[in-house]
Design a protein around this ligand. Structure first.
Ligand code: SAM
Length: 202
């Protein structure tokens, strides 16, 4: 069975056009078979974006981990007026994301990477709707390792459903981050995390 995070190159292409509007700005997203939320912008991703836009302070550079066709990074980049990098393991999703960056005229770039493997820079906003179906190990890798790519004054924001175990995930993440649940809606939690900085010895 093909999952949205596999590189199913033989999967028939059927480009779909998804429209999205917020505060008088219109967006067009090209989507396709074999990518997450191919028929409809995901409710959790939209909730994450809306919550960040309502609550964030100043941001300089966004990393969208598991960017898919780019919804989260593109909308945030447009409203915050800052560049974003989208990372994904799925080549088809990355091609769509590149196309959507151009279509929506935002300052973005994409990077093919398994988790953070090819990520070199640091960011002050890391966002993700993590791939639950890829398993807890990958989800934890996305969230636990985000701290290594986060500026000291930056934040990681993510969205996850309560019934996908968000509380137990937060418990594990407490070792590395101070954590706040910022929004809850229809079983989705929007979570904001700040890195706990370790003091140098002496
Ligand atoms: C839940 S989807 C979110 C997609 C997009 N951000 C959105 O909100 O529509 C998770 C994404 O993570 C990607 N992914 C899964 N495993 C990955 C891995 N090991 N490294 C990088 N990306 C991965 C999937 O291909 C998928 O696009």
């Amino acid at each position: 069975m093909e999952h949205y995070f596999t590189n199913a190159t033989n999967l028939k292409s059927e480009i779909k056009i998804l429209k999205y509007e917020k505060d008088y700005k219109s967006f067009t997203f090209f989507s396709d078979n074999g990518v997450f939320a191919k028929d409809k912008i995901d409710y959790g991703s939209d909730l994450l974006v809306q919550t960040i836009l309502a609550k964030t302070g100043k941001v300089d550079h966004i990393l969208d981990v598991g960017c898919g066709y780019g919804f989260i990074g593109i909308v945030l980049s447009k409203f915050l007026g800052v560049p974003f990098t989208g990372v994904d393991i799925n080549k088809r999703a990355l091609h769509l994301c590149e196309r959507n960056i151009k279509e929506n005229k935002v300052n973005g770039n994409v990077l093919e990477s398994n988790g953070y493997q090819n990520v070199r820079d640091k960011y002050d906003l890391i966002v993700t709707n993590p791939p639950i179906r890829a398993g807890k190990k990958i989800v934890l890798e996305f969230l636990e390792n985000a701290g290594d790519y986060l500026e000291d004054d930056g934040y990681v924001w993510f969205v996850m459903r309560k019934d996908h175990g968000v509380k137990s995930i937060m418990k594990i993440l407490e070792k590395k981050y101070t954590i706040e649940v910022i929004e809850k809606s229809k079983g989705f939690y929007v979570v904001k995390m700040k890195k706990i900085l370790t003091k140098p010895d002496g």
